[in-house]
Design a protein around this ligand. Sequence first.
Ligand code: IMP
Ligand code: MG
Length: 181
Amino acid sequence: MEKHVDCERILFDTQLLAERIKEVAECINKDYEGKEPLVVCTLKGALIFCSDLIRSLTCPISLDFMKVSSYGNSAVSGELHIRQGLSTNVTDRDVIIVEDIMDSGKTIYFLKSFLLREGAKSVKTVVLLDKPERRRFPLEPDYKCFEIEDEFVIGYGLDYAERYRNLPYVGILKRSIYEKE
Ligand code: IMP
Ligand code: MG
């Protein structure tokens, strides 16, 4: 695989991503047997992960999208806002939130509370990547594909300033790219 010039190191290549996502999908398939969960894909970062994951799910699902972001670029302190809401009624639904990465945990904490307030019967979370060192909110993902160190990663949906989402692997972004700005 040809590495992008801004990528320091490839962490998970296409094949490894595909294998691990299938394994996680198997766990979800067991847990949701006989159920019909609503999969909520968070935009934009989880798009590629979610599209691969759901193709390995065997239970019937519905799919919806949510976009949340904070005002400005404030990391942990900024208040989160729903930029794009659901078009599905979540009352009494078993919801699975699909997110690209759990960092501080703020996004998923916010989404989970929102969905429970809206009347979801259950809410579980599945993340492609987990950066446990950076956690500030009291929750853990129910399913995760990979744990990573505190590094800024790009590719397979994840961006830096909206770039690199289309890389078919997950890699570490060179420090020179974000330190020069
Ligand atoms: P949290 O709300 O602090 O858990 O942050 C989650 C969000 O921050 C993710 O949905 C990503 O959009 C973004 N994020 C955190 N770490 C990275 C990274 O290493 N690369 C790209 N985006 C990241
Ligand atoms: Mg995101």
